[in-house]
Ligand binder design. Structure first.
Ligand code: ADP
Ligand code: MG
Length: 340
């Protein structure tokens, strides 16, 4: 909290916690930014052979994070989820804007939030170029801008029959962390410490998305749960899929849980921000090379099939090679829905 003698105004907040850091990034690398924070609009340079990718994500207190959430992690995550959307399209980050509603100008909170935010902004070379600051219940909305060569963005609608379905990294650890924090399961302290970063400070797969531009037919990032999100690809591509539960990539920590929990969290737990993509089997060697070059595990979990009915279906095959019945499958297909 501020002392009475030096109340922090809106413009002090912008200057102290956002503009100074943003100007420093700009000074060391102007990149695509012609004009950053301070005028009515920011100005970004646009390469005529590129298209601009735009995405927004809002984090609402009490909805997406606990009221007392660590502000440094929040700053990181607010940008990470947007960079993950850029990654899913194969877009390279250009910059982002930040709309912030704050209950009050709490400088300790802002300091930590700004630290987390600029840590990831610098890591991915994605400068803050503008925003809005207002009083209100804590709400963080970021809009990120990226670029892809014309017609090279990887869309959800491009999956083709016979494509392999791939997943990056490990999935289910963010959900496992949430379960531990909610006391739904017990996890040892060392185990929690090993995986909790997956929920609080996810890694957007930006380099992977860019590497997949000429390789993947379709892609998305896993925010609400693998199978539910995969269904978005199937719907937009008018395809079915076959997925092998035993191939879902899981961490050693998740593997210590019962098989039912492992399958549930890996198949339907949200907040992982890994990429799910489809690619023709002719690209397997290229994908193995990308995995080695970027040091990111890439696992083939199934394949794309022709659509048999009026709605896309996912056929889920268990560890014994048996297809799950509708009831068993529904449990794993249930992804997170804010209005459900
Ligand atoms: P306007 O009234 O024209 O909308 P503001 O007075 O709200 O502009 O903001 C002044 C400048 O500070 C603008 O360049 C705006 O983009 C920037 N700005 C405001 N809030 C933020 C923020 N939270 N992060 C980064 N830039 C911000
Ligand atoms: Mg304004």
């Amino acid at each position: 909290m501020q002392s009475k003698s030096s109340p922090l105004g809106e413009f002090d907040v912008i200057q102290r916690f956002f503009k100074t850091q943003s100007d420093a990034m700009h000074a060391s690398n102007p990149g695509s930014v012609t004009l950053g924070i301070g005028d009515d609009c920011a100005l970004l340079k646009v390469d005529p052979v590129e298209e601009i990718a735009i995405t927004s994500d809002m984090l609402v207190s009490g909805r997406h994070f606990f009221q007392d959430a660590n502000p440094e992690w929040l700053g990181w995550k607010a940008l990470a989820v947007n960079l993950s959307d850029l990654a899913a399209m194969g877009a390279k980050p250009l910059g982002f804007s930040l709309a912030l509603a704050l209950p009050g100008p709490n400088s300790a909170w802002l300091e930590a939030f700004s630290k987390g935010l600029f840590a990831i902004a610098s890591q991915y070379d994605c400068p803050l170029v503008g925003g809005d600051t207002t009083a209100g219940p804590l709400n963080i909305c970021i809009t990120a801008f990226g670029s892809t060569p014309k017609e090279k963005a990887i869309r959800r609608s491009g999956a083709r029959e016979g494509d392999d379905i791939w997943v990056s990294g490990f999935i289910g650890d963010a959900r496992l962390t949430l379960a531990a924090l909610r006391h739904e399961i017990t996890l040892s302290r060392p185990d929690l410490e090993k995986i909790q970063g997956r929920m609080h400070q996810p890694t957007p797969r930006v380099e992977l998305g860019i590497a997949l531009r000429e390789i993947a037919n379709s892609a998305l990032d896993i925010s609400d749960g693998l199978l539910g999100d995969l269904r978005h690809i199937l719907k937009q591509s008018n395809k079915d899929a076959e997925v092998f539960l035993g191939r879902l990539p899981k961490s050693d920590t998740l593997r210590k849980q019962s098989l039912a929990i492992q399958n549930l969290y890996a198949a339907s737990g949200g907040d992982d921000y890994e990429l799910c993509f489809t690619a023709p089997s002719s690209k397997r060697d290229a994908i193995t090379k990308i995995s080695a070059d970027l040091n990111i595990p890439l696992n083939q979990i199934g394949s794309i099939k022709p659509m048999q009915h009026s709605e896309p279906e996912i056929h889920i095959v268990d560890n014994n090679g048996k297809e799950l019945n509708t009831q068993e499958a529904d449990l794993l297909l249930k992804s997170f829905d804010h209005f459900a």
